[in-house]
Write a protein that binds this ligand. Structure first.
Ligand SMILES: N[C@@H](CCC(=O)N[C@@H](CS)C(=O)NCC(=O)O)C(=O)O
Length: 263
């Protein structure tokens, strides 16, 4: 039996791993980090798409959090919920198989990097919210397929984004400069190497996912409606950091399994 941060009860390794449900915003970098760690450690899971605002109550119910902020990814396990991408990756490390994503010698450095790059994906969140606010096609495409027919779909997506913006205090100021600084920081973290540390670790997942809202990764890994892809891609930044995006493609090709989760 193992204890995992955030879990009330210990989890048995023998428990049926199909009991995992990962609640996600499918295209969000935080959700991708959790998904990648689960795939890497070969834990079977179902994915459930969270809809901001509409899904808030269910998310609170599932996570058991009634005060403060709740967010996705959220992993529901037979022993209780695991909140936050980093904690979910640590859960996968403890309960899955395969090479470690958090080797002991660099564990602290990985945790610091996770915090250090948080502003980059926060900029990504601001960028998504702006695209949905300004463009009907992105607003509709941001909804799960089952909700797109709803009358006033674009309006309901915008209500959701307004809710998310106020929940996270997101500001849309100087997006280009913030992204540029963020990509520079990923670039210097990598320093031209194949991996942040000696082997593939969660640090590489953190760096790769931080680039999602400058240039979304291929549909094979994270399917994205064409309207959203077009609105999110920042061509000028893609041209400014070609080596970084080549690095990410190679990393995905080598280390990101594409096995479809159980839905
Ligand atoms: N620190 C959290 C951040 C997760 C996060 O910010 N999730 C946002 C992504 S935009 C979210 O859940 N938004 C939808 C909502 O709050 O309803 C983690 O690492 O998991």
């Amino acid at each position: 039996m193992k204890h995992v941060r955030g879990l009330k009860r210990p989890v048995s390794r023998d428990k049926d791993s199909r009991m995992h449900t990962l609640h996600v915003l499918p295209y969000s970098p935080w959700s991708e980090r959790a998904r990648w760690a689960l795939l890497h450690h070969r834990l079977a899971f179902r994915e459930h798409e969270h809809v901001p605002l509409i899904g808030e109550f269910a998310l609170r119910l599932r996570s058991g959090v009634w005060k403060g902020r709740v967010s996705v990814p959220l992993l529901c396990t037979s022993a209780g919920p695991v909140r936050e991408s980093l904690a979910i990756a640590e859960y996968a490390e403890t309960h899955g198989s395969g090479p470690p994503l958090f080797p002991a010698s660099v564990r602290d450095a990985i945790t610091s990097l996770d915090a250090q790059l948080e502003p980059v994906i926060d900029t990504g969140r601001a960028s998504i919210l702006l695209a949905i606010k300004e463009h009907d096609d992105a607003a509709i495409a941001s909804l799960p397929k089952a909700l797109r027919w709803v009358p006033l779909g674009a309006m309901s997506a915008r209500l959701g984004t307004r809710f998310v913006a106020s929940k996270y205090g997101t500001t849309a100021e100087e997006l280009h400069d913030r992204f540029h600084a963020g990509l520079r920081s990923v670039e210097s973290t990598l320093g031209g190497r194949d991996y942040v540390h000696d082997t593939f670790t969660y640090a590489d997942i953190v760096c790769a996912s931080a680039m999602q809202f400058v240039n979304p990764i291929d549909d094979r890994y994270i399917p994205l409606e064409p309207a959203m892809r077009a609105r999110f891609t920042r061509h000028e930044l893609v041209r400014a950091f070609p080596a970084l995006f080549e690095w990410r493609s190679a990393l995905y090709a080598k280390h990101r399994r594409v096995a479809a989760p159980v839905v």
